[in-house]
Design a protein around this ligand. Structure first.
Ligand SMILES: [Zn+2]
Length: 305
């Protein structure tokens, strides 16, 4: 409080306010943190705090940030690592969609995980129950906590899915191309399924971006309208009659028959590669045709199912 008022009188900050208990709170422990078995030892708790993760606690630790979400505490551990980068040799364009979560230009498709739907259904059911509880009652409070926990479960499962997919793609790629997402449009969307998908795509892209940076992978972003799903990825012919419901792209010029999302992913990849310079010899029509054939093996890898 003393610090807050000193800052206020020195005109460095606004008049101090109370911190709401409802806020998601966090604090930083900048030094003297170490691991001991499965416990995190920080200056105030010499006996250590039990820490649960599939990874071992790294050392030495630079600092940790403790955050709280609903009824759980998380420790983000900052440390220096000399891990080798994980990357492959593919140049992947990625198309994201409602029907199929992600389509790679090499033909791999990742479906939306079904187990998320069941949690969503449970949330809906519990929310109907909440509507029948009396305002201000203890039962209502309990019901709200029940729903918050379900949301937490949903969020954990979705995060897990996004991490698995983005890590798998990272391991395949040395270049990743994606379209920019329409944030403005995302905010205005009132269709729930679409809104949830928007948030997932956004986080998916963020994960791919920072994992690319960690692993020395080129991440290229292209404009939303640069790669059209109406353009044939082999010859450039434009299908003006392509409808949203059409799952296949059929080219009347070169005869290419290809999944529409795969066609879009290949266009995204090609435009991204043109953007960083045409000096990439592997970008040839023959290569694209080979990629299209690979599509038949799309069920080879189904991440997150
Ligand atoms: Zn064509």
């Amino acid at each position: 409080m003393d610090n807050a008022f000193t800052a206020f009188f020195r005109k460095n900050s606004d008049y101090p306010t109370f911190r709401s208990k409802k806020d998601n709170q966090y604090f930083i422990i900048p030094q003297y943190v170490e691991g001991s078995g499965n416990r995190l030892v920080i200056p105030m708790f010499k006996e250590g705090i039990r820490f649960r993760d599939k990874h071992q606690i790294p050392e030495p630790i630079d600092q940790i940030i403790i955050t709280r979400q609903v009824n759980r505490y998380y420790a983000s551990i900052y440390y220096e690592s000399d891990d080798k980068p994980q990357k492959g040799d593919q140049k992947n364009g990625i198309d994201v969609g409602l029907k199929v979560f992600a389509t790679l230009s090499d033909g791999i498709q990742v479906k939306n995980p079904r187990h998320l739907n069941s949690v969503e259904k449970r949330i809906k059911k519990q929310q109907q129950k909440l509507a029948r509880k009396e305002k201000g009652s203890n039962n209502r409070k309990k019901q709200i906590i029940r729903i918050e926990k379900l949301y937490q479960e949903l969020s954990d499962k979705r995060t897990d899915f996004l991490h698995k997919v983005s890590t798998a793609i990272t391991k395949l790629s040395d270049t990743i191309v994606m379209e920019s997402l329409n944030i403005q449009g995302m905010m205005q969307n009132h269709h729930l399924a679409k809104a949830i998908a928007d948030v997932s795509w956004y986080r998916f892209k963020q994960m791919l971006q920072y994992k690319s940076e960690w692993n020395n992978i080129d991440f290229i972003e292209i404009g939303m309208w640069e790669a059209s799903s109406r353009t044939c990825s082999r010859c450039g012919w434009i299908n003006h009659e392509l409808k949203l419901s059409d799952r296949m792209f059929i080219c009347k010029s070169c005869g290419l028959e290809i999944d529409r999302d795969l066609n879009a992913a290949i266009n995204i990849r090609n435009i991204g590669l043109i953007k960083v310079g045409l000096d990439r010899p592997e970008f040839t029509p023959v290569e694209i045709a080979t990629s299209a054939e690979l599509f038949n093996r799309r069920d080879l890898r189904d991440v997150g199912q």
